[in-house]
Design a protein around this ligand. Sequence first.
Ligand code: ZN
Length: 207
Amino acid sequence: MSSALGVSGLGLAGALQIVTYPYPTLRQVSKSLKRVDDELRQMVRRMFDLMYASNGVGLAANQVDLPYRLFVVNLKADPKAAPEFVFVNPVLSKRKGMSEAEEGCLSLPGVYAQVKRPERVTLDAYDLTGQAIHLELDGLFARVVQHEVDHLDGKLFIDRLSTTGELQVRESIADFELTFQGMRDRGELPGERAIAERLAELEKLRT
Ligand code: ZN
């Protein structure tokens, strides 16, 4: 879908970018949303666009440096092939069974590993219009929503690896940490305090 608004017309939404590990917002526990406004709707649109540009099937708000309990999903990474879901203030329950499958993350591009999770899960949430959503999920959908709710709790899939899995990704993780430190040292990233202040402002607006 094309938009009449250019990136500059989108303000903060247009400026959103996916942050990569170990950007501090990825470790923050996100706050429940109390208010949905036009700017937030534009931010969610931007999240879908960023997710599709990276061929992702799920993206949590803190992956674009927003402190809200919200994530988006498209199981085919393509709006023409599968429906778009926005889950606000999601709660998981009734976890059943166990399955193992490979996961990746748009905040850790190029890193993949096997992750064990419950096979089935119940998701309760709201959409952007305040309508309640209740879904009983399995397979990929169940895996994606568990990965995304983990994000909102400040957790990453690399926290859930077996010892073997950890060894396999160790070098890549160290590379991400070195790159981040280098950018910080060169002043290419905001400092801890600037990041925290910006998140606090955004929380004040809507949580
Ligand atoms: Zn992820």
